[in-house]
Design a protein around this ligand. Sequence first.
Ligand code: BES
Ligand code: MN
Ligand code: ZN
Length: 465
Amino acid sequence: MVFDTDPMAAFSEEQAAAIPIQPVAVDTLEAALSALPEAQRNWAKALGFEAKGGSTALLAGENGTLVRVLAGTGKEVGIDACWSLAGLARSLPPQVYRLDDDTIDADAFALAWGLGGYSFQRYRTQDRKPVPTLVHALGDDTVAMLEAVTVTRDLINTPASDLGPTALEAACRKLAEHHGAHITSVTGDDLLAQNYPMVHAVGRASRDAPRVIDMVWGKEDAPKITLVGKGVTFDTGGLNIKPGAAMGLMKKDMGGAANVLGLAHMIMARQLPVRLRVIIGAVENAISGNAFRPGDVLQTRNGMTVEIGNTDAEGRLVLGDCLTLADEEAPDVLVDMATLTGAARVALGPELAPLFTDDNAFADALSLAGNAVHDPLWRMPLWAPYQKMLASKVADVNHISTGPFGGSITAALFLSRFVKNAKTWAHFDIFGWVPSDRPWAKTGGEAFAIRALFTVLKDRYPPVT
Ligand code: BES
Ligand code: MN
Ligand code: ZN
């Protein structure tokens, strides 16, 4: 398969002995308790089970075996309850379970269970824990979503020592092969010959050569959907080196690439009738004698010149050339994803995916879908008057603002200079990381907004059945 982790390991098919998981909300606690055999009711009360969100009561049968799980959902019922229950996939004893409830959508529960059960085991040689499994036949979209999020998480979680530009390209090739997509790449000094000057400048100081990866899938005459991802496999900051604390997590700086690959997987697995293209700028922002410098002026693929204000604002440079390439064929939808600025995190915190677009209908559809599939995003402004903050005294533009304000907006505005022809353009400045455990995601690499994006794209371009 295309990932290290098998998302299906959290599921099983043996219906027979599956232990029922019974969601219990505060309002249904009385009824649930009174329907139990006396011994179990007394035990649940003795445990102090009050149906608080995330709480459980493991109930034993007469011979002492586990026969039922009461799972508290607090005030939540229906689909919302699924998400508070997702942590059960990590916390329950390693047995086989089934959902015992008619009010909760079984597929939504399975998705939450699958996401919550993920754990990155690649480097664990000892103490691998057996996992609980859920009996459920998953819907096709749910399988595709689980696989996609797994691909994304695995890629982000893999340290830079095992995921440099070469390995990121290999991962793209594996995905392309799995789906029969066509893939090419331009590497090292060929980037100069083929006019990707900014990708080359950012990546040339690494021993692992920079590259532009270009994957194409689907019918040539179908609507063109193009995804662009920031694939900075490690971000030292360059000569404007990051302090230690800020560098610690920078293996995740290819989170944009990991996310667009996850989205691409869903589109291809569910066979949306589109011509999909995925472009990834894969580079390591390293430090060496040939590193690019503050004050340098870079050429760009679209002819503009760019003054380098800070080598740590490397993502927007890599994306600039990739967006120019994407924009050359005027795609119907152009989406880029990048762990682009710390400022986006200051604005929205770690849970919401910041979205920039001028397409109001697309933004509204994405917001609705994000809420529906529990993959939230929030719209940010492409506030054109702030373009003046990018003025340069020596080149056409500076890639950063000299001031402290609106850092994720000015980064998005810099990108906007490379998009002229795409009918719809949307930019996501994502975090790519969960900083502390949530029921549906352990601390680590995370997918942002791709299930929402898939939902909207599938709605616009429904698979032909
Ligand atoms: N990869 C970082 C942005 C980042 C940092 C995302 C932490 C998520 C968490 C990016 O390349 C960067 O370093 N941006 C700088 C830009 C600044 C120099 C204008 C930033 O945000 O500090
Ligand atoms: Mn940086
Ligand atoms: Zn970066």
